[in-house]
Design a protein around this ligand. Structure first.
Ligand SMILES: *[C@@H]1O[C@H](CO)[C@@H](O)[C@H](O)[C@H]1NC(C)=O
Ligand SMILES: *[C@@H]1O[C@H](CO)[C@@H](O)[C@H](O)[C@H]1NC(C)=O
Length: 388
C-alpha cells in the first residue's frame, strides 16, 4: 500500500505546488523596475506593485497575474465611481495575434458597455510581458484627483481573447467575484470589499478553514506518521499507540467542530453550493466516525480477524488522509485567502511528506537489517503491539 500512497500524496503536492507563488516581496522585475509598495492581492493569485509620486500625482504600477489559460488575459483597473466592475477604468493585457503582448484600455461604464478607448484618467505609458505562465502589466497613470491616497481597485483574469482582440468573459467563481477592494496607496493596506455583513461571514469562513486545515490537513497526517513509523522501534511501544490515539481523537474533535461550522456556512449560503467540497466533507466525517468506533471492535492481536481489521483500519486511514488534504485545497480554492496561507499549508504538508519519506527509508533499513540478522519476518507481519 505504501508506494501507491506516497505516489498519490506527492502527485497531489506537486500539482498544487506549481500553483504556489511566493509573496510579492520576493518578486523581481527583469527591467529592474523598483516599486515602493507591493501587495499580495487576496484573490486569483495576483500581485500589485506600485509607487506613488504625490508631487506629480502619478501612480506607477506593475500588476502580476496568471491568465486563466495561456491564450487568456489579465486586467487591473481603478474604479473612480464605484467598487466593482461597473465604472472600472481597466488596463487589459493579452497576447495579440502577431505574438506580442499588448495592453489595451477599456472604459467599462456598465456590464453591457465595455468600450476600448480613453480612460477617465491619463495613462502615460503601458507595456506588458508574459513568461513562466505569468503576465505582467506595467503602467503609469495620472490619478483622477489630486492628493488621492486610496483607490478602489478591481482585477481579473480571463480565458481567451476573440480574433478581433476583445477579451472574453471571465469565470464567475467566488475568487473572480471577490477580486476587488480598496487600496491605501500610502500604507499599502488593501481591504476586500464585501459590504456590510461580509466581515462576520468572512470570520466564520476563516474559523472553519483553520479548524479543518489543522484537523484533517495536519493532525490526522501527523497521527498516521506516528502510527506507521514509531512502532518500528520496540522502545516506543506502547507510547506510539497512545500518541496515535490522542492525536487522532483530538483531530476528530477539532474536525467535528470544523465540520459543524461548515454545515452552518452551507446552510447560510443561499444559491451557492460547493458540491465537491461538501461531499468530501461528509465522506470524511462518516469515515472518521466509523474509524473511531471501530477501535472498540478491534480484535485481540492474536485473533485471526485482526489481520483483516488491520487492512480495514489502514485502508480507511489512508483514504481519510488523502481526502482530507484534497478537501483542504478545495476549501482554499473557495475561501481564496491571501496566497501566504496556501503557501503556509503547502510548506507544512510538504514538510510532513518529507519527514514521512525519510522515516519510510529508515524503517526499511531497520527492518531489512533486523531481518538479515535475526532472519525473522519483517515487522509488517509481527507488528501491532496490543493496546492495553
Ligand atoms: C502586434 O499587434 C499589435 C496590435 O494588435 C500592435 O500594436 C503591435 O505593434 C504588433 N507588433 C508587431 C511586432 O508587429
Ligand atoms: C465611458 O463611457 C461612459 C458611457 O458610455 C461615458 O459617459 C464616459 O464619458 C466614458 N468615459 C471616457 C473617459 O470616455
Amino acid at each position: 500500500m505504501s508506494p501507491i500512497f506516497f505516489l498519490a500524496f506527492f502527485t497531489l503536492l506537486t500539482t498544487h505546488l506549481s500553483y504556489a507563488q511566493l509573496s510579492c516581496i520576493t518578486q523581481k522585475f527583469t527591467n529592474n523596475k523598483l516599486y515602493n509598495h507591493c501587495n499580495d492581492l487576496p484573490h486569483l493569485n495576483s500581485y500589485l506593485h506600485w509607487s506613488l509620486d504625490a508631487s506629480k500625482n502619478t501612480l506607477s504600477i506593475a500588476f502580476i497575474a496568471s491568465p486563466a489559460t495561456s491564450a487568456g488575459w489579465i486586467s487591473w483597473a481603478i474604479n473612480p465611481t464605484g467598487d466593482g466592475m461597473a465604472g472600472a477604468q481597466a488596463l487589459v493585457a493579452f497576447k495579440a495575434s502577431n505574438g506580442s503582448m499588448v495592453v489595451k484600455t477599456y472604459n467599462i461604464s456598465s456590464y453591457s458597455s465595455i468600450m476600448e478607448g480613453k480612460l477617465a484618467f491619463t495613462v502615460k505609458d503601458k507595456s506588458a510581458d508574459y513568461s513562466d505562465g505569468v503576465m505582467r502589466i506595467f503602467a503609469t497613470v495620472e490619478l483622477p484627483e489630486k492628493g488621492m491616497s486610496t483607490v478602489n481597485q478591481v482585477w481579473q483574469v480571463g480565458p481567451s481573447v476573440s480574433p478581433g482582440g476583445f477579451p472574453a468573459k471571465h469565470a464567475f467563481q467566488p475568487a473572480n467575484l471577490g477580486a476587488k477592494g480598496r487600496l491605501d496607496l500610502l500604507s499599502g493596506q488593501s481591504s476586500s470589499g464585501g459590504g456590510i455583513g461580509g466581515d462576520s461571514r468572512t470570520k466564520k469562513r476563516n474559523i472553519h478553514g483553520i479548524l479543518n486545515a489543522v484537523s484533517w490537513g495536519i493532525l490526522f497526517p501527523v497521527g498516521i506518521i506516528i502510527a506507521r513509523y514509531l512502532r518500528t522501534f520496540p522502545s516506543a511501544d506502547p507510547a506510539w499507540f497512545y500518541l496515535h490515539a490522542i492525536c487522532q481523537v483530538s483531530a476528530y474533535a477539532i474536525g467535528v467542530a470544523g465540520w459543524a461550522t461548515g454545515l452552518k456556512l452551507g446552510s447560510e449560503s443561499k444559491g451557492v453550493t460547493y458540491n465537491t467540497h461538501r461531499s468530501i466533507g461528509i465522506a470524511l466525517f462518516s469515515l472518521t466516525t466509523v474509524q473511531i468506533f471501530a477501535l472498540f471492535l478491534r480484535p485481540n492481536k492474536d485473533h485471526k480477524f485482526r489481520f483483516y481489521w488491520n487492512i480495514y483500519h489502514h485502508g480507511v486511514g489512508y483514504s481519510i488522509l488523502i481526502l482530507g488534504i484534497i478537501n483542504v485545497f478545495k476549501g482554499l480554492d473557495i475561501l481564496s485567502p491571501e496566497s501566504k496561507w496556501r503557501s503556509a499549508y503547502i510548506i507544512t504538508i510538504s514538510t510532513l511528506g518529507a519527514i514521512a519519506l525519510l522515516l519510510e527509508v529508515i524503517t526499511w533499513i531497520v527492518v531489512l537489517k533486523r531481518k538479515s540478522s535475526k532472519s525473522t519476518k519483517p515487522y509488517d507481519n509481527k507488528q501491532q503491539p496490543l493496546a492495553p
